[in-house]
Design a protein around this ligand. Structure first.
Ligand SMILES: NC(=O)c1ccc[n+]([C@@H]2O[C@H](COP(=O)([O-])OP(=O)(O)OC[C@H]3O[C@@H](n4cnc5c(N)ncnc54)[C@H](O)[C@@H]3O)[C@@H](O)[C@H]2O)c1
Length: 332
């Protein structure tokens, strides 16, 4: 007789999601809110913790009446705010998305970025005290800084020098040390450029949403530098599915994984792809933003493909259409 399929289980995962309790920090943000959706859809209970410094209640309002979902407006960098949530909710798993993000925000507040070290320590400490079974740490391609070779593999040199990169490097090491010392497994995912609905499209936002926002407003698409810098773009749904698969796969514990497409593109090509949707909009070149901007970024995704037997499915054209449709629906 065929085994009944459990809607909470991924085929290649050893960890089960159904009826488990997940605490998602940064859950009112872009990626965190999509992860909350995915977990609720897979039959988990979700405790979303966000201080709304960059996240929006609008990203989670559709979940608020769901009995599987609870929201706490708390700052994870403040142990007095975080610990009572752990004490009360006793989550099985923790996914740490909360962080100060965005080139402009992190460049304008380099010292404030270091406050996120407190959040990392608090999440690790509370997870130990309240016997969390596994932690997800969302790291970044920024740990590599300017890559020493392309494509960038997981064991390549950490070349990141900005406070944001340093906090991500430290976070990875911190959770690894907790895994080695106390046996709390950690999944470390290094995201490249993720885009999609709910991404911050203000000035602190990311290139895809800023280009689409400007296109919609009839404003020029600004390129800093010559546009030859490359980035690897992944649509949010693909990122969430791959992240969840890696979290569910115990063979990935403690082994950082690049989550990307492996096919990076030049920013000028991205601008031209967006311009196709807004033919009247101009592309304008501006002086390079700062000396430290990373020029090339292409991930080696062979570890991801081998372990997850999966890779991004949504093409850039399709992803841009979906993101644009979501931006347009917000403007109505
Ligand atoms: N989006 C990407 O392309 C990308 C790439 C690499 C890494 N990441 C990582 O993924 C995670 C999510 O990023 P995102 O793009 O969804 O950003 P986001 O800003 O939309 O989400 C972060 C959320 O964390 C919240 N937050 C920040 N500091 C907090 C604090 N001290 N306490 C509680 N909540 C706090 C914000 O209000 C926001 O809702 C971050 O850790 C980021 O570094 C994202």
């Amino acid at each position: 007789m065929q085994k009944k399929k459990n809607k909470g289980a991924f085929n290649n995962g050893s960890l089960k999601i159904l009826n488990k309790k997940f605490l998602v920090t940064g859950g009112a943000g872009f990626l965190g809110s999509h992860m909350c959706d995915a977990l609720v859809n897979q039959g988990a209970s979700v405790i979303c913790v966000d201080d709304l410094s960059n996240g929006k209640l609008a990203n989670i309002t559709h979940l608020k009446s769901n009995r599987q979902f609870k929201f706490y407006k708390k700052n994870v960098n403040d142990i007095k705010q975080l610990k009572p949530v752990f004490k009360r909710e006793r989550p099985d798993y923790v996914m740490h998305y909360a962080a100060m993000v965005g080139v402009k925000r992190t460049a304008n507040n380099p010292l404030a970025v270091f406050e996120d070290i407190e959040g990392i320590k608090n999440i690790a400490g509370c997870s130990k005290q309240y016997q969390v079974k596994k932690i997800l740490f969302t790291s970044s391609s920024e740990v590599y800084g300017e890559p020493v070779k392309l494509p960038i593999a997981e064991d390549d040199t950490f070349n990141g020098r900005w406070p944001y990169s340093l906090v991500k490097i430290l976070g990875e090491q911190y959770f690894q040390a907790y895994y080695e010392t106390y046996g709390i497994p950690v999944t470390i995912v290094r995201f490249f450029n993720v885009y999609g609905p709910r991404q911050d499209f203000g000035d602190s936002g990311f290139v895809v949403s800023i280009f689409l926002r400007n296109g919609l407003a009839g404003k020029p698409l600004l390129i800093y530098g010559d546009g030859g810098q490359t980035r690897d773009f992944v649509y949010a749904d693909d990122n969430i599915r791959l992240t969840l698969k890696s979290f569910c796969n115990d063979k990935v514990n403690g082994r950082p994984m690049n989550i990307g497409s492996g096919h990076s593109m030049r920013i000028i090509d991205l601008a031209n792809a967006v311009k196709k949707k807004f033919p009247k909009v101009k592309i304008l070149f501006q002086p390079a933003r700062n000396k430290g901007e990373i020029k090339y970024r292409t991930p080696d995704v062979s570890f991801m493909k081998k372990m997850l037997k999966d890779e991004p499915q949504v093409s850039l054209a399709e992803g841009l259409d979906k993101t644009l449709a979501s931006l347009q629906s917000k403007r109505q």
